[in-house]
Design a protein. Sequence first.
Length: 309
Amino acid sequence: MYFLMTNDVEHHSIPLNREDQSIPDQIFNEGLPRLLDVLSKYDISSTFYFTGMFAEQNPESMELVKDHGHEIGCHGYDHSPTRAFDILSLDEQILELEKAKSAIEPVAGKITSFRAPALRINNDTVLALEKTGFTTDSSVASQRFDGPMTFGSKKKLKWLTAPRKPYYMSYESPMHPGDSRLLEIPISAAILPLIGTTMRISPTITKILRKFLFYESSKTDKPVVFLFHPNECLDVNGEIEVTRRASGTLEYIFADVLRHKLKLRNLGDPSIKLLDEVLRSAKEYGFEFINAKEYEKNIDKMQQMTHCQ
Ligand SMILES: [Zn+2]
């Protein structure tokens, strides 16, 4: 049974609900030390998906993560909704990926793992990733249902039919198994996603979700994939303003106001305590912690073994 702890590193400020240029320094000085500590405590090797912009502004963060024995992956170049992968063409996606790679690889070495900003991908993403040398993706949250709570949520309805276990993606649709060489490692969900936000909003729901996902993993070998952000470990300082991003009234109420209020819960130190509990329970349940690259290697080995038999 495998547990993949994954972390998305980006400029987003949760209190401000928008990108903020001071975030990389805060993550380097405050967020990462807290997060790396708890990962070391349980001897966990995890994957950190960096945006190219973050890597350019704060390469020291990648060095710190690398020195602690974690894998570095790519979280696109920037995290702007206007550059989301699901609205870009094949060539535009390739350009974004190449730009991100040239920002990340000088420090991280060759990277092969990808997660799309805001988990937004389209039918061209599989080919774009293959052409730029990526071999795993973790942008699909099988059976996660967001309703009107996130941006790009109409396209994410396709998550409801995506396979639960890791699969090689189809060139026609990233939500279907097919003959590409790109391994999708879906983010764990059962209607609600197993992510830092859910954990902070409702530790009780997360406990129920966790129990189900751990049990499922023990029966089916499906790895548990947890998504977290180092910006969740930052303390909230000063005034909080809501940045309006949605244009429609209903979308504004759900995606900006309500969601924003909920997302402020348990930021900073409390998030680390909650994370500690999730990791401890996984360890006690018998999970082995592994990063995306190591997981992919294991799948390859298992396939070679079945071919030899
Ligand atoms: Zn992100």
